[in-house]
Design a protein around this ligand. Structure first.
Ligand code: NI
Length: 174
């Protein structure tokens, strides 16, 4: 296993649609292991392959108790290959989101409350899950990454402009 470098906002790879995974081999498993390690090390609850510069449709997600939002819920670590949201509830909610590719930036994002996701596991077997709450939100956030979409894209243009201004200022001061 190895820690990978997390790509930051401004890196083109974050804006490219990722390619479907076709080989379910040892390399894919090793990539997922690296992504878990990188995610835990950065104290994140999800990571998409493009965030480490690999433009492939693979995400790892693990909301857990160390994240205050996880509260009573405890989830298993998940690796989803070629995941897609096939159904989402009409009901939405607004919660704080952040992204390992945009460190220091957090904002409320409105998303559907429940989603049904179809994907494959690391062996290529199909799987389906229904998710709500923090897990549902994390899945939607990570699947967005595979289409080059970031959480700031869900904000109003005004709010996004404000946050981007702050982001550039923080970058300049670093
Ligand atoms: Ni993210």
């Amino acid at each position: 296993m190895a820690l990978r470098e997390i790509r930051l906002l401004g890196d083109d790879v974050l804006r490219e649609p990722a390619a479907p995974v076709e080989s379910f081999d040892e390399d894919l498993r090793a990539l997922a292991e690296d992504m878990w390690e990188t995610m835990y090390h950065a104290d994140g609850i999800g990571l998409a392959a493009p965030q480490i510069g690999i433009s492939k449709r693979l995400i790892v997600v693990h909301p857990r108790r160390s994240d205050e939002r996880a509260e009573q819920e405890e989830y298993e670590p998940l690796a989803l290959v070629n995941p897609r949201v096939v159904e989402s509830s009409g009901q939405t909610d607004k919660e704080i989101e952040g992204c390992l590719s945009i460190p220091g930036m957090e904002e409320y994002v409105e998303r559907p409350l429940d989603v049904r996701v179809e994907a494959q596991d690391l062996d290529g077997s199909p799987l389906e899950l229904k998710a709500e709450g923090l897990l549902g939100r994390a899945l939607q956030h990570e699947i967005d990454h595979l289409d080059g979409v970031l959480f700031i894209d869900h904000l109003s243009p005004l709010k996004r402009r404000l946050l981007m201004k702050r982001w550039r200022k923080a970058l300049a001061e670093r």
